[in-house]
Design a protein around this ligand. Sequence first.
Ligand code: DAH
Length: 348
Amino acid sequence: MKEKVENLLNEAKEKLNNANSLKEVMDLKVLYLGKKGPVNELTTHLKELSSEEKKEFGKSLNNLKTTLSSLFEEKIKYYEEKELNEKLTSEQIDITLPGVHVPIGVPNILEKLIEEVEEVFLSMGYDVVDGPEIEEDKFNFELLNIPKGHPARDAQDTFYLEGEEILLRSQTSPVQIRTMLENGGTTPVRMICPGKTYRRDADDATHSHQFMQIEGLLVDKNISLSDLKGTFDVIVKKLFGESCETRFRPSYYQFTEPSVETDISCFVCKGKGCSLCKNTGWITVSGAGMVHPNVLRNCGYDPSVWSGFAFGFGAERLAMLKYGITDIRTFYQMDLREIEAFNRKDVD
Ligand code: DAH
C-alpha cells in the first residue's frame, strides 16, 4: 500500500513537471483528485485493512492528498500569474498616442432657434400647440377669410392631395382656426405653433418647397395693436439683442385687419445701410396683424367682445439672420460640419 501511495505521488509529480499550461494542470488536478481519480480509488481499500493498518494507511493517504493539492495549487498560481503578465504586456496602452475623435451629435440649428422662441412665449403664458400637416382646405383657407377663387390663394402655390379639399398646409395659420374652435368662443387663447409648411416653390438659396413657420395667436378682451408691438419687441430683443429696434409697416393679409409687416433694425450695420438690409436699415421678419372680425366670427368669437393679434414668422429666415446663413438649403442638407460650426458660433 505504502508503495502504491509513493508511486502515485511520483507519477503525479512527473506529469505535473511536464505540464505546459494552466489547462493541462487543471486537467491533471481533476484527473488525480477528482471523485473517480486514483486517490479516491485508494480510499476504497481502507475497509479491507486491519484497524492498525487502517490508521497508518489513512494517514499516508491524507498526506498524499494535501501534498498533491498544494503541488497543484502552486503550479496553478504560477500559470495564472504567467498568463496575467503576458496579457498585461500584450495589451499595453501607449498613452502618448493621439486620441480618437468620437463625433457626437449637435442640436439642429433650426430646432434650437424654435426652442428659444418657445421658451420666451411659454414664459409669457402661451401654449405651444401642434396641428396636422395634411390639412383641409377650410382650415388652411376658407375659415381664414380666403374663399375659393380668391387671388390670395395664388400666392401660396399649394400642394393639393385630393381634389380641391385636402392639401399640404401652405401656412401654419390653420392652427389658429383649430385652436379657436377648440376654445369654443368662450375662453381667451394664447398659443404659438411652430411647424412644417409646404409650397410648390422651386428650391434655391431663399426658397424651399418645405419650410418652417412659427404662428402666434392671442385672443382676449381689449387687445390692441400695441400689445402685438410689445410682444414682438420682447421676442426680437431676446433673439437679436437688446439694442434691436422694431417697426410696423402697413400690409395686407386676408385674415388680419389691420395687417402689418414687422421689421427689425439691421443688426449688421445698425441702421446705416448694408447688403443684408438692402440699404434700408431694416429687415422684415414676419407678417402680423389684428385678427379679422370674420375670422373671429368663423371660430365662434363675437368680435364686439373679443379681439386678438396674430403673427407668422419664417423660422428659417430668423435662423438665417441670427446665424448669418445665406442658403436656406443648409438646414436640409444635413452637413454635420456646417451644423457644428453654427453651434460653435453660438457658444463663442
Ligand atoms: N400665414 C402668413 C404667410 O404664410 C403669415 C402670417 C401673416 C401669419 C400674418 C399670421 C399673420 O398669423 O397674422 O404668409
